[in-house]
Design a protein around this ligand. Structure first.
Ligand SMILES: C[S@@+](CC[C@H](N)C(=O)[O-])C[C@H]1O[C@@H](n2cnc3c(N)ncnc32)[C@H](O)[C@@H]1O
Length: 171
């Protein structure tokens, strides 16, 4: 996480309140089982053991949407990326409570994971309410600038979907 490229892309808090014992146990026991491998090329087979369709959620917050989508599409592999530890804990709780076996989690920069996936490999990417930086001077910090968008476009299959949710008129 000390790579300057990564830091450039990580925005917002990394941790809020201290974890309770049950939450710490999720991070210690469940997260290692479903974490995206740290190095090397990624694809559905490496992540899920078969060639299922893949979807990515960038910045899943506390993971409600990620878990809801994963529960609704058990044959699809979901890769959720979120640098905020307390958010990751929320998602882990949903994965455990829902008995979901089609979710992998990366606690860090989504772009670092997306870069490692094959081109034209994703059927959907979600970016929901991404950036609490509406002012023009913050534009370079936004996920929604050309670098990330070009990367995401390259990784989407033909006809795939990029779902952006925002209530910010500057988008
Ligand atoms: C405004 S919140 C929205 C959370 C959630 N999508 C929602 O709609 O409630 C933006 C989220 O993006 C995460 N985030 C920021 N930079 C990120 C990055 N490079 N990769 C993945 N997530 C990131 C933040 O930690 C934060 O949880």
């Amino acid at each position: 996480m000390n790579d300057p490229t990564t830091i450039r892309r990580l925005y917002g808090r990394r941790q809020g309140h201290a974890l309770r014992a049950g939450q710490a146990a999720l991070v210690e026991e469940l997260l290692p089982r479903i974490a995206v491998p740290e190095d090397g090329a990624l694809d559905a087979r490496r992540l899920f053991g078969d060639d299922r369709p893949l979807q990515v959620e960038i910045g899943f917050g506390a993971g409600e949407h990620l878990a809801g989508q994963a529960a609704a599409a058990p044959g699809t592999g979901f890769i959720g990326c979120e640098p905020f530890l307390n958010g990751v804990v929320g998602a882990l709780g949903h994965v455990r409570d829902g008995g979901l076996d089609n979710v992998r989690i990366h606690m860090g920069d989504a772009l670092e994971v997306i870069e490692r996936l094959p081109d034209a490999s994703l059927e959907r990417v979600y970016l929901l309410h991404p950036d609490p930086w509406p002012k023009a001077r913050h534009a370079k910090r936004r996920m929604m600038n050309h670098g990330p968008l070009d990367l995401i476009a390259r990784k989407l299959k033909p006809g795939a979907e990029f779902r952006l949710g925002t209530d910010d008129p500057t988008y």
